[in-house]
Each structure stands twice: as structure tokens, then as C-alpha cells.
Design a binder for this molecule. Sequence first.
Ligand code: SF4
Length: 191
Amino acid sequence: MTTELPEISLPVGERLLLLSCCAPCSGDVIQTLAANKIDTTVLFYNPNIHFEEEYQIRLEENKKFTLECGFDFVDLNYDPDNWFEAVKGFENEPEKGERCFRCFAMRLRKTAEYAQANGFKIFADTLGISRWKDLKQVHSAGEMVAKDFPDLMYWPYNWRKKGGSMRMDKVSQEQNFYRQNYCGCIYSRRD
Ligand code: SF4
């Protein structure tokens, strides 16, 4: 194992389902999981991303890196209509407001549904690793969703700690990842 990567282990189960938002946010997370030999499937469910061309760029880059690291990659439907419905009425919220909570919850719910249908016991995400995100908000969305899935555990791991934030930038530079300048949705692009 690369010495600078932390040692981690799954609190339950033997396979992790990881919701990923993009390659820059998940690069270090995926490397850390691979170094710790944690059997991981990376799930891409991000109908929040606007435009579709942008979605495809983020998808392809995330997929390529995931496969290079030896993990499976699942690409769920791009269904922006459902996303717009989930955040309806909260379009003018600032980032870290209610719109973001609903956005996280919607994507995590789909992740939990996939996890349950495919025999996973635990799911996590990369949504809170960026300093632009409210980590507590992400985790509370995950905990809320998990209450509806008694056989599943949401793992609120803080990927920023133990040097994660620094390594996130380092991996992005080393891999020359495309780095977007807005979170994803049309409103974050507007603001
Ligand atoms: S700013 Fe990001 S987290 Fe918030 S609603 Fe838009 S895409 Fe979702």
C-alpha cells in the first residue's frame, strides 16, 4: 500500500457501493479503497448535472479512472426531469441550502435502492469531500435515506481527513482530470 494512504476497513459487509459525483472528487477515495482492497462498485447517478455534454464528460472520466483502478462502474440513467422535480420550489436557494439537501437525498436514495437490489450491505458517497460542500448536510441526507432501508448501512466516512483533501487535489493534477468550475446543476452554474 502507498504509505501516505490511510488504512480503512468497512464497518459492515464485504462490498461497498460508492456514489460518485465526478473523477476529481472520487480520485483519492477510489485509490484509498483500492489500496485497502475494499471490494467497491462505483455508481454514477448524477441527473443534477447540466448540460448533458457536461454530464458525459464527467461520466466518461469517472468511468475510465474507476476501471483503471480495478473496480466495477455502474452508470444509472440520466433523468434530469426527476431531478428538477426533486428540487422544485427551491431553485433560488444558495449552495448548502435546502436545494442541495434534496439533491443529495435524491441521488443517495437511488444509490440505496440499487444497493438493496444488488445485495450490498453498505453504501457511501464522495459528495462531501470538496470544501465547497457542507459535509454534515451530505451525511444527514444519507442517514435520512438509510432509515428507509433497514438492511442497509450508510457509511458517513469523512474522506477529507487524514490528508484526503490534499490528496484529492494531487490525484486530480497527476491524472490531469477535467475540473469543472461549478457544482453541477443549472443553478450552480447561474450563481
Ligand atoms: S449546487 Fe450542487 S449539490 Fe446543490 S443542488 Fe446544485 S448540483 Fe446539487
